[in-house]
Design a protein around this ligand. Structure first.
Ligand SMILES: [Zn+2]
Length: 319
């Protein structure tokens, strides 16, 4: 566990859900042929296809940006490791449910890999429930290999970086997004973020949640099992090091996005996906705009916490 110094906390703008619904509908209409946004009851997330350890996305919603890409490139700082249980306490929400995108602890897993975190952190009288997935490069055939984290590892550590949405995991009202046929250049995540950036130019808003890519294919990457021996100094070098794949729906994607960075050196969007057919990783965008279909559930976060912000920073590798 790194000693991560003082956490920075910023209050975010939280419109009421009805206002947010109208704003997102209008923005998504520019990027998708068919859009329906509603304020709806969160579906039971313990059920198919999610199988999360909690029922909903509600209760004290907040997001955090932990560590960062500067701990991965140019040279990996493998000692950078975080415990989800400690992070939940740092977010002033011990026992929180957390989802999002990160990297595994290479010390625990024995290699580098993408982490798809889905963790109900420990609370008094209740152990943590780790329902995360990891996605790595298969050592035999070089293909994508997704595994259920909890079957192999009992702790809740991750490494280097993480973008997480945290809440009490309660049922309640959420923003439900249904979008079909992509007509614009943005991914659904970027389209949501840009919509908020344009509508609220002098405010910072964050959304966290989960969406299902129900049809089509998507572009993802997976980090290699070994960290790069050579320093990775440019986006091109990072992209050459990463392994890229086209994967199939249905994908269950966990997303954290922030409309504008309130001066915290954030990764403003980050999405990792898993599936029940063995494919998962870092989600970029669908590659089948004509046939793609999304169904998502999001909540606006009340606070953002910046944990262990890198002192030496750069803009490489944040896509
Ligand atoms: Zn990622």
């Amino acid at each position: 566990m790194s000693d991560f110094g003082k956490t920075e906390k910023v209050e975010l703008y939280v419109p009421d859900l009805e206002e947010l619904r109208a704003v997102l509908k209008k923005g998504l209409d520019d990027n998708f042929a068919e859009v329906n946004v509603s304020v709806a009851e969160c579906p039971d997330l313990t059920e198919k296809p999610f199988y999360f350890p909690v029922k909903g996305l509600c209760g004290s919603p907040r997001v955090t940006d932990v560590g960062g890409v500067p701990y991965l490139v140019p040279v990996a700082q493998k000692h950078k490791e975080y415990d989800m249980n400690a992070i939940a306490k740092e977010l002033e929400l011990p026992g929180a449910f957390m989802l999002g995108a990160g990297a595994v602890s290479s010390r625990v897993v024995g290699m580098n890999a993408e982490l798809i975190p889905l963790v109900l952190t420990e609370a008094e009288g209740r152990p943590a429930v780790n329902s995360s997935y990891l996605s790595c490069i298969d050592a035999v055939d070089g293909q994508c290999l997704q595994q259920k984290y909890s079957q192999k590892f009992s702790d809740c550590n991750f490494g280097l970086l993480g973008n997480l949405y945290a809440c009490e995991g309660r049922p309640g009202k959420v923003i439900e997004v249904h979008a079909k046929k992509r007509t614009g250049e943005y991914s659904i995540v970027t389209a949501l973020r840009k919509t908020l950036e344009v509508e609220y130019p002098d405010k910072s808003l964050a959304l966290g949640g989960s969406f299902i890519m129900q049809k089509g294919k998507a572009k993802i990457h997976i980090m290699p099992r070994e960290f790069s021996v050579c320093p990775l100094d440019t986006n091109e070098e990072v992209n050459n090091w990463l392994k890229h794949f086209e994967v199939n729906a249905p994908l269950i994607c966990q997303s954290v996005l922030v409309s504008t960075d309130p001066g915290l050196d954030l990764r403003v969007e980050h999405t990792h996906c898993f599936s029940h057919h063995g494919e998962g990783g870092h989600y970029y965008i669908d590659t089948t705009p004509d046939s793609v279909e999304y169904l998502g559930y999001f909540m606006p976060a009340e606070f953002i916490y910046r944990i262990d912000r890198p002192k030496g920073t750069h803009a490489v590798g944040r896509d």
